[in-house]
Design a protein around this ligand. Structure first.
Ligand code: NAI
Ligand code: UGA
Length: 435
């Protein structure tokens, strides 16, 4: 089967390489020439552990090629995976313009039957829209047949390869028997359950999964505030409830809130779908609310600790990406906090092992500079804030850091270091009920 991946971002590139691993021939299509050139040279244009090695292997073996030639790519392939972005619009709904553009191009250039698979996260009803857009793009007198399948992706950034190779389930949403057979063949090497359903349910499964995980995070974050007040270690509570297999221990880590390119946008998009259908999802509304409060909660703790006024204080921020093992800063809680700190007129020194902020663009400026090492970053600062749970930050020599700092204050936005150990060194430590 000849597979075309449209959109070579996190999802598209990973998906393409997974299908190479399964023995298929893959083409990656993107409009961004720089990405295509890099990928064709075996260079990944984003940070994702383990993926570049796999890319190089399959590029060298000729199992995957990259192109920006939409017409040729569509004509030559049988199964087309749409993996383009679906960013948040101002009203919270998903922007489907990239998906529409691809669907219309497929209609325009297809010469024979295609299976069109939506891997991008798209609202309920999009499969029907994709079919309409494909038809509207068709110029032939005799329309060519095709099928649309919803096949959402559940990988996480930072562990994309592992997740895509070992999914908990594969969801296939289509009413076409012919397309079902193709999809089963494509995924026959996977050992997980396959959920076959209709496109609408499949689209809903993706939003429900992300929203449920976001809800777990907001639940534990709100509970952490109460635990803080009561002097309870919320990590013990997470462990104690997570061992109940009906609850599970994943996504119960309290901290400064969820970010990234998906949870925030997908929760908003589901809320928008609910609103449009007149069925409010009140729990989810609160999930968003609690998440937005988390950085403010930390901000207040920092203000309290440093004497109320942050103007003129020098603060170091460790971590810019929304989580460890990715260079993605989309909706990163770290950047939200940085914005708040700058508004409070603090001077910031920031660091990330992978993310390099662009010189001359916000938040960099006279009051915010990025430094290369942790030592330079924390030097002469009044407080250090841990914002991303990078391994590098879990292994810091706090004794050495204390000698470099002006004042020994640690704010742990990810509950990632041992409070007792740093307090024994003379630090004032504040986490999220990390007692
Ligand atoms: N990032 C993640 O971890 C996950 C993302 N998703 C979903 O997958 C979708 C893609 O996400 P990412 O990979 O993060 O996006 P991304 O923004 O990293 O990549 C999208 C790519 O599509 C390309 N593109 C846009 N229009 C195109 C067109 N007409 N033809 C060819 N290429 C085109 C862009 O140039 C870009 O390289 C989104 O809907 C997202 O919600 C789902 C699961 C995980
Ligand atoms: O649709 C998507 O794009 C993806 O969104 C998430 O993956 P991702 O955003 O890459 O990262 P997560 O590991 O889920 O973390 C999201 C955010 O929640 C935070 N988080 C996570 C877990 C936790 O216990 N506590 C917590 O605050 C992380 O720090 C991060 O900011 C989902 O986990 C994936 O299954 C899904 O495919």
């Amino acid at each position: 089967m000849r597979i075309l991946i449209v959109g070579t971002g996190y999802v598209g590139t990973t998906t393409g390489l997974i299908f190479c691993e399964m023995g298929h021939q893959v083409t990656g299509l993107d409009l961004d020439e720089r990405k295509i050139t890099a990928l064709q040279d075996g260079i990944l244009h984003f940070y994702e552990p383990g993926l570049e090695e796999l890319l190089l292997k399959h590029v060298q073996a000729g199992n995957i090629t990259f192109t920006d030639n939409t017409k040729k790519a569509i004509k030559e392939n049988d199964v087309i995976f749409i993996c383009v972005g679906t960013p948040k619009q101002e009203d919270g709904s998903a922007d489907l313009s990239y998906v529409k553009n691809v669907a219309q191009s497929i209609g325009k250039y297809m010469k024979e039957y295609k299976v069109i698979v939506t891997k991008s996260t798209v609202p309920v009803g999009t499969a029907e829209l994709v079919a309409e857009w494909v038809k509207s793009g068709q110029k032939e007198k005799e329309p060519i047949s095709f099928d649309v399948v919803s096949n959402p992706e559940f990988l996480r950034e930072g562990s994309a390869l592992y997740d895509a190779l070992h999914p908990d389930r594969i969801v296939i949403g289509t009413t076409s028997e012919k397309a079902k057979v193709t999809m089963r063949k494509l995924y026959q090497g996977f050992q997980c359950p396959i959920v076959e359903t209709n496109p609408k349910a499949s689209e809903m499964i993706k939003y429900a999964a992300n929203s449920f995980l976001a809800m777990k995070i907001s639940f534990i974050n709100e509970l952490a505030r109460l635990c803080d007040q009561l002097g309870i270690n919320v990590n013990d509570v997470s462990k104690g409830i997570g061992l109940d297999h009906r609850i599970g221990h994943h996504f119960l880590k309290a901290g400064m809130g969820y970010g990234g390119s998906c949870f925030p946008k997908d929760v908003y998009a589901l809320l928008q779908t609910a609103k449009m259908n007149g069925i409010p999802l009140t729990i989810l509304e609160k999930v968003v609310h609690v998440n937005a409060e988390q950085t403010l909660y930390l901000m207040n703790k920092i203000k309290q600790g440093l004497g109320g006024d942050l103007a003129g204080k020098t603060i170091s921020v460790l971590g810019l990406s929304f989580k460890a093992d990715t260079d993605d800063t989309r909706e990163s809680p770290s950047l939200v906090l940085i914005d708040n700190l700058l508004k409070a007129q603090a001077n910031l020194k920031v660091h990330d092992p992978v993310v390099k902020l662009i010189e001359g663009t916000y938040p960099l400026g006279p009051h915010c500079q990025q430094l290369q090492s942790v030592a330079e970053t924390v030097s002469d600062t009044d407080a250090v804030i841990l914002c991303t749970d990078w391994d590098e930050y879990k292994q810091l020599d706090w004794m050495a850091i204390k000698l470099l700092m002006k004042q020994p204050y640690i704010y742990d936005g990810r509950n990632m270091i041992n409070k007792a150990a740093v307090e024994a060194l003379g630090f004032h430590y504040t986490g999220f009920a990390n007692h």
